[in-house]
Design a binder for this molecule. Structure first.
Ligand SMILES: [Zn+2]
Length: 277
């Protein structure tokens, strides 16, 4: 009942109960809903018309408006997924990690559970612990091997006790926590955990939890170094300024291009005399 979420003394939402029950962005939305001071009894109200009574005709209009909104490109600014996707593609991470993160959020990684759904003859059991089916949430969050890695992140924003958030829930939570670096690190650490899992599946030497931690941190560091070096590099054309050859010397300028099954080459010999004409 909604009334269980409202404190009758303060006549306001029980914020702690909300936080323990809903995802952060849902809590924010609920806390913005004003409450009647009289605290009337809970009752079902149809929001499709002013009387609050359900009519098929008004249901038709509501359905129509929903379809219209979706055809306009799902432009609702309150859509938490849209904001997550936008932020995800603008994170300070290597492109391969952003692609991994997006695939993990949309359940697009080749876990044993996902491969099994495609009717490929494969066990759904986790290849690391063998205790549970390997879906995205188990592989990246709940498997013992993954938990060991997460335990190294001392500031890891864990869900409230007793709650088992999915990978997507965690991403949404971090996306709304106004800590973009936490979202960066959540994804890069998940990527490193998935890399460890793949090494084990392909019989490569397995990584320990501290090695996975180091891999994630060095990947973040690599990206920062590359970004920093790109910022300080001078424009390319200032380094490769063409100069005419000395007298009696030929300079050969070449350029080439390749395309599918085709190759072209351009060679231009230039001499001081030719340039002087
Ligand atoms: Zn496992």
């Amino acid at each position: 009942m909604v009334s269980s979420l409202i404190d009758p003394t303060t006549r306001w939402w029980k914020a702690e109960v909300l936080r323990a029950t809903f995802l952060p962005f849902e809590v924010d939305t609920i806390l913005r809903i004003p409450l009647s001071y009289n605290l009337p009894e809970d009752k079902l109200i149809w929001i499709g018309n002013r009387k609050g009574e359900f009519l098929v005709k008004s249901a038709y209009h509501v359905a129509h408006s929903i379809v219209d909104a979706s055809e306009e490109g799902e432009s609702s600014s309150g859509d938490p997924y849209r904001q997550l996707w936008w932020n995800l593609w603008h994170l300070n991470l290597l492109a391969k990690i952003k692609i991994f993160a997006w695939r993990a959020c949309v359940n697009g990684l080749p876990t044993c559970a996902n491969i099994s759904k495609r009717r490929i003859n494969c066990s759904t059991a986790c290849p690391i612990c063998g205790l549970e089916p390997e879906d995205i949430n188990h592989a990246l969050l709940h498997c013992e091997a993954a938990s060991l890695v997460w335990s190294l992140w001392l500031d890891y924003p864990r869900p409230p006790q007793g709650h088992h958030w999915s990978f997507l829930d965690m991403a949404l939570h971090l996306n709304h926590s106004n800590a973009p670096q936490a979202l960066d690190f959540f994804f890069v650490l998940s990527w490193a955990i998935w890399s460890k899992r793949n090494k084990l599946v392909h019989n490569d030497s397995p990584l320990s939890a501290p090695q996975v931690w180091t891999l994630a941190n060095s990947s973040l560091e690599d990206f920062k170094n590359v970004a920093a070096s790109l910022d300080i590099l001078p424009p390319r054309h200032s380094q490769n300024r063409w100069e005419a050859p000395p007298q009696d010397v030929f300079k050969v300028n070449v350029d080439g291009a390749t395309y599918y099954k085709e190759f072209s080459l351009c060679v231009i010999p230039l001499s001081f005399a030719f340039l002087s004409m």
